[in-house]
Design a protein around this ligand. Sequence first.
Ligand code: NZQ
Ligand code: ZN
Length: 389
Amino acid sequence: MLDFSFISPTQIVFGRNAEDSLKDEIPKLGTKVLLHYGEGSIKKIGLYERVIAALKQANTDYVELGGVIPNPSLALVRKGIDLCRKEHVTGILAVGGGSVIDSAKGIAIGVPYSGDVWDFYTRKTEITTALPIGTILTIPAAGSEASTGSVVTDEDTQSKFHCGSDLIRPVFALLNPEYTFSLPPWQTAAGAVDMLTHVMERYFTNTPHVELSDRLCEALMRTIISNTPKALSNPNDYNARAEIMWAGTLAHNDLIGKGRQDDWASHDIEHELSAQYGVTHGAGLAVIFPAWMKYVHKVNIPRFIQYAVRVWDVPYTAGEEEETAREGIRRLEAFYVSIGMPIRLKDLGITDKRYEIMAEKAMRFGTLGGLKKLTKADVIAIYRQAEQV
Ligand code: NZQ
Ligand code: ZN
């Protein structure tokens, strides 16, 4: 196991009526709040009215900025920064999913910074301060409610970049699984793929002696795999939605990644699909991660066997190591198909092969990957692998 330092300071309030805790948590955001949200789902599910009532009850001054789109845009982040400065906002309340929370994180780091917020995402500068962020989560997927990251898209250059710091972990996250009953099947399934991939990006490692975090990863994966079909067949199944929601947070607050080298190449490779084609992040990962697995599995066959046996109950036969490893990958793909996810680029409607430019952009900050260090040629080969049956 590797040495590590870990802090996960987000106050989680979980369960039915979790949003009632807003009045107790809101003082952590200071005297004036930006209420940030997406394209309208929070109004349809009755959450918006409850939030406004809670803000009024707590005598909290607020301004609003809605309209965050999936794969959140840099333009709206800049608009939010201007608004917060003009209104002397002291903290941001993000109500929605990963896109809303990531947009809020962008605003939170941009307000106290004298330069352009994109500098953080292009790694020109580091995060040293941020406004506090609180969140009410409506879709379990990205894990941004307790993560260190923010991912924002500059639509002008079709660049989807990430920045991160412990300073942008939300100070509180209110998680009521009932607010996820309204999720369409596509978003439920894409969310499951994203959280599974957050686990697998950490699970596939060359670091030895990581028994505890392996077992935590396996528990998370098996929980997501068994509960997603239940939530899809009965969207109002509270227990299935609750298992998925808690798994989504634990998949990405980085508890399970400590003490081990992680990978993340597939995330960088997928972000180019989202940037170029506006693909839903989880759906893109359903295509890219299995392709990555097929391309790299020979680097560490024992780890892929362990995954196949412990996560998918594949029987292990001595002498058939490669076949056992490949069966685990096949079962992951079959699961994705069973929950309505794509597994090939053409399923996403992508046939025009912009691999060269996507590989170049994915590698703009250097080589990718931990299990196997990838070159540009490897990345192009993984896009090609994602074409094939
Ligand atoms: O905009 P609204 O109307 O709210 O609709 C949203 C959106 O269309 C809808 N939705 C959310 N809650 C709903 C609902 N519809 C009905 N009922 C509800 N309860 O779902 C759609 C998708 O929302 P979005 O926030 O985009 O989803 P998600 O949470 O999957 O976030 C995806 C973004 O997070 C980034 C991704 O790259 C992508 O941009 N990620 C962020 C990470 C992080 N910050 O740590 C890590 C991830 O790996 C990921 O990269
Ligand atoms: Zn992700």
